[in-house]
Design a protein. Sequence first.
Length: 188
Amino acid sequence: MANRRLEYERERQTVIAARKGDTQAFGRLYDAYYATLVWLAYAILLDRNLAEDAAQQAFVKACEKLGSLQQVNRFGPWLSRICRNEAYQLLRDRQRRESCATVAPEPDIVVETRDTEEDLDQVKAAVDGLPEMYREIVVLHYYQRLDYRKIASVLGVAGHTVRGRLFRARRMIKKTLQKNGYAGGQQP
């Protein structure tokens, strides 16, 4: 508990320093949040390159608007909201550019497993088919490997909300996989 308070206070001081123009402090915030924002944007866009663009653009906007942040202890959720907005804008832009053809996403995800490529494709399709609020939690927990507390901090929700959404997401994934005849890596 004391370590958590110390961590929150350190981040708070870093945000305050960044608001005063300390570029090194802003760099520390960038280092702490960049990968998480990429995965958060990926949960919306389902495209790694666009997700990186959204995360970078979110930091540009955050740098420009850091002075407008009312509660420095809410930096993570504030930054996440900016990133989501950027991801939605990129999604709208992409949808406008695309005609009738749908482009299949090609994520840059390394998965260590003995499952076949077909199994991975089925699981990925089930995750991609989740409603966004569940997909965000799954992506941040399993792809970014964040614990419930960090996810709650980043998304600005309670820890029990993260647990509940993750539980429901797992059930939805299981249901989708069963419906599609997923064999779970078992050989016929």
